[in-house]
Design a protein around this ligand. Structure first.
Ligand code: NAD
Ligand code: UGA
Length: 440
């Protein structure tokens, strides 16, 4: 049992703190957002993440997990302080480190005993050293501490499973004693542990996210060629994926990547390269392709409906991916804006992200379910591949729509079946030209 403080109770901090508590440690989770902390004390979570609410309640009742807004209280007995605050996109595409700075300063001012500061936020290479400088400068009296980078690789929607069964644990520090103590915390997870220097650990995180984003843009580029030549990108991805050197994961063509991480992290990595006078041309292409995919969906709507003025479009799925309520950089937001700019009225439905959607897309009419989102619509656009959209009552759906266009931004459906059902269907890279599969 170790005493751990987690700074920031968002997607990463809340999952990290709760999982460490579940592993038997005593965790105090801290946030400057008083409302979040008050709600958490009452068992109300700030985010939707499958399984998390039950796990939080269990660990709070057992006395292993508590919440506070006080750094002094959170650090009183802590041996480790995990920083898990946000690092959003700054004005020039760089990572905005204001929250990391504030957290480092507050830790320095409040720490009353030697401490290992573990950085879990995704931060530019060199940030660990910078955090150490801040802490040193802000301590009222010198107190030993060490900074260890421990990047997080969990995905929203499967965060608990990802945290508890990581593919690897990366630790960055030249202080081997500190790294070993952080490694000990992770031993129950039984994943390979790689200890490297701070900067290398920070780069492993960016390179990993950028590589996954590259896979997505790669398959989206292939999808567009497939579509022109009459091939089906879903089968192409399956066929490629059998090769263990390639792998099937992250080869789903569609609207491209969204969310709070890939978009900002690829941009921040490109920014770091540019600042060093390097020319990150692959990263630039990855971003360009991703950007184009959202526009491509809108052009498919136009292709089927013509002028958008006065048309009604239903969006199925609004969150950036299934099993989360996170709307940060969700493709649905930009798609809705383009459709509205063209004069269309947009209505949408998401199984869990409706509250967040209301904030991000105030001009979209929010509906009770998929069928209401289809009601009176000229076209439906599938933005998020939630399970409940996989086997809809298509006859009912068609009966309620004004026209029969479906633009499947996540390739959920079988094009031939949708055609048989009487829909005018467009997937992403499915080689379907409207009259059947096109021949090369
Ligand atoms: P988030 O926005 O969900 O949560 C951040 C939390 O930090 C908020 O509750 C905020 O109030 C709090 N905070 C801000 N400043 C603070 C301060 N000075 N002291 C205490 N609390 C403070 O962020 P997130 O999505 O959990 O991401 C956190 C970091 O982890 C980012 O760097 C992100 O890139 C990285 N990351 C995120 C994910 C993910 O799936 N979301 C996965 C891996 C890594
Ligand atoms: C991603 C990474 O997968 C995590 O390892 C990482 O920790 C996290 O970013 C982070 O650094 O924050 P996340 O953004 O939660 O996790 O979700 P993903 O499942 O990676 O999906 C990201 C986006 O890519 C989504 O919009 C998704 O729809 C899209 N995607 C994913 C595709 O378009 N195709 C795919 O094949 C896979």
């Amino acid at each position: 049992m170790k005493n751990i403080c987690v700074v920031g109770v968002g997607y990463v901090g809340l999952v990290t703190g709760t999982c460490f508590a579940d592993l038997g440690n005593r965790v105090t989770a801290l946030d400057i957002n008083e409302e979040r902390i008050e709600n958490l004390k009452r068992g109300v979570l700030p985010i939707y993440e499958p399984g998390l609410e039950e796990m939080v309640k269990r660990n709070v009742s057992s006395g292993r997990l508590s919440f506070t807004t006080s750094y002094a209280e959170a650090l009183r007995d802590a041996e480790f302080a995990f920083i898990a605050v946000g690092t959003p996109e700054g004005v020039d595409g760089e990572a905005d480190l204001q929250y990391v700075r504030a957290a480092a300063e507050a830790i320095a001012e409040a720490m009353a005993a030697p401490l290992i500061i573990v950085n879990k936020s995704t931060v530019p290479v060199g940030t660990g050293d910078w955090v150490a400088e801040i802490v040193r400068a802000k301590q009222p009296a010198p107190m030993p501490f060490s900074v260890v980078s421990c990047p997080e690789f969990l995905r929203e929607g499967s965060a608990i499973a990802d945290f508890m069964n990581p593919a690897r644990t990366i630790l960055g520090s030249l202080d081997h004693d500190a790294a070993n103590r952080v490694a000990d915390l992770h031993l129950p997870l039984r994943a390979p542990i790689l200890v490297v220097d701070l900067r290398t650990a920070e780069m492993i995180k960016y390179a990993s996210n950028a590589f996954l984003a590259t896979k997505i843009s790669f398959i989206n580029e292939i999808a567009n060629v497939c579509e022109a030549l009459g091939a089906d990108v879903k089968e192409v991805a399956t066929g490629m994926g059998f090769d263990p050197r390639i792998g099937r994961q992250f080869l789903d063509a569609g609207l491209g990547y969204g969310g709070s991480c890939f978009p900002k992290d690829v941009k921040a990595l490109a920014h770091m390269a540019n600042v060093q006078g390097k020319h990150p041309q692959l990263l630039q292409a990855v971003m360009d392709i991703n950007h184009d995919q959202r526009r491509l969906v809108v052009s498919k709507v136009r292709e089927l409906l013509g002028d958008l003025d006065g048309k009604v479009i239903g969006l199925l799925g609004l969150a950036f991916k299934p099993n989360t309520d996170d709307m940060r950089d969700a493709p649905s937001i930009e798609i809705a804006q383009h459709l509205q700019t063209g004069g269309a009225r947009v209505q949408g439905y998401d199984p869990v992200a409706m509250t967040a959607a209301g904030r991000h897309m105030p001009r979209v009419r929010l509906c009770e379910d998929a069928y209401e989102a289809a009601n009176g619509a000229d076209a439906l656009v599938i933005c998020t591949e939630w399970n409940e959209f996989k086997q809809l009552d298509f006859e009912r759906l068609k009966g309620t729509m004004r026209d029969t266009a479906i633009i499947d931004g996540r390739n959920l459906y079988d094009p031939a079946q949708m055609h048989r059902l009487g829909f005018r269907y467009r997937g992403m890279g499915r080689g379907y030209n409207g009259n059947g599969y096109s021949q090369p």
